[in-house]
Ligand binder design. Structure first.
Ligand SMILES: [Zn+2]
Length: 343
């Protein structure tokens, strides 16, 4: 399940109307039909690429209902959930593909036993890898999306902002480039450190291969369950669940815990009452205070769980609740394209 390090973009030749292909990172295209050459960079000097929405509403809703059945979600959620709206949307991502090269020198320490001292083994590594960095370029609000994974063999088209609904780009290209290239350099050094316990020298370089703004399609499904609003986000090409919020089935347990807390408090109070009647005042007073604090704690914990924690959070979601799913990482290594040397 590796993501592609090479995006193929199909576009229409402005001269003859033929369908031609170009690779991400290319700025000039030669039309194989009419031999005309045309430039691809936009006004801001950045290439904009988009993917077509592949997943139909029906497919998105089917997968959404399957997701409602998974994991410890509320009982009969897939029967009781009401979809309030479902719509496709394009989100922009900065995507930086490049080579991270690093030279790292250091020492590996092999622990000796009582007769032998520690062995210090010097290592030198030269890392030369291709990395893919992606970062959401807009503020996605509470959608829980931070990065993108582009499926292999997916074909992109030149960006056409007339035809799609999208979020505006809020992160500057310079910030994205700096962040991406720094992360790649840091990762190259981290990969070079490998078995070293001490690093005495490290230096990294970044070589850009492609930098683009990728518009990727998603389905947003908003739904309600017992008068509360939830949502799910699906990949518009693979139809996988990317992120979402769902009610958990811990509600009944929390209620039980809350009742249990109240009950144990009451039992304790009764015990203390009789304790008072029987004497030993000091010990009873300490127990009383301790009992009150414990009861308040249990009730508070149960209330909080019931109030906030009783949710399933899928993907890169913030907040309280049971976290599930895999958060898409901003940085990935393309292992097919590495030329490392470890000594
Ligand atoms: Zn042409």
């Amino acid at each position: 399940m590796s993501q592609t390090s090479k995006i193929i973009v199909s576009l229409t030749c402005p001269n003859c109307g033929g369908q031609v292909h170009s690779e991400e990172g290319e700025t000039l295209v030669l039309c194989k039909y009419c031999n005309s050459v045309f430039s691809l960079t936009t006004d801001e000097g950045i290439r904009k690429i988009m993917y077509r929405l592949d997943v139909t509403r029906k497919k998105a809703e089917t997968n959404f209902y399957e997701w409602l059945k998974e994991g410890p979600k509320a009982k009969d959620l897939e029967k009781k959930a009401q979809i309030s709206e479902a719509y496709p949307i394009y989100l922009p991502f900065w995507r930086l593909v490049g080579r991270g090269k690093a030279c790292v020198c250091g020492i590996e320490i092999q622990k000796g036993d009582k007769d032998e001292p520690d062995r210090r083994i010097p290592h030198e590594s030269l890392v030369n890898r291709e990395y893919i960095y992606s970062d959401i370029a807009c503020d996605p609000g509470d959608l829980g999306i931070a990065a993108i994974r582009i499926p292999e063999h997916a074909e992109a088209v030149e960006f056409d902002d007339e035809s799609i609904v999208t979020f505006g780009v809020t992160e500057s290209r310079d910030d994205a480039y700096t962040e991406g290239s720094e992360q790649i350099k840091r990762q190259a050094i981290a990969d070079g450190k490998r078995s070293m316990d001490e690093v005495h020298f490290s230096k990294a370089f970044f070589f850009e291969k492609a930098f683009s703004l990728v518009y990727y399609p998603f389905w947003i499904i908003r739904y309600t369950f017992e008068d509360r609003a939830y949502f799910a986000v699906l990949d518009g090409i693979t139809s996988q669940i990317i992120s979402g919020r769902a009610p958990g089935n811990a509600g009944s347990q929390s209620t039980a815990a809350a009742l249990g807390g109240t009950l144990s408090g009451a039992v304790l109070a009764a015990f203390i009452f009789f304790g008072f009647a029987l004497g030993a005042l000091e010990a009873i007073a300490i127990l009383f205070a301790f009992g009150l604090i414990a009861a308040a704690g249990i009730i508070g914990f149960a209330y909080k769980r019931f109030r906030y924690g009783d949710e399933i959070l899928e993907g890169a979601m913030k907040g309280k609740g049971l976290k599930r799913g895999k958060k898409q990482q901003c940085l990935e290594t393309n292992y097919e394209n590495t030329y490392d040397m470890f000594n």
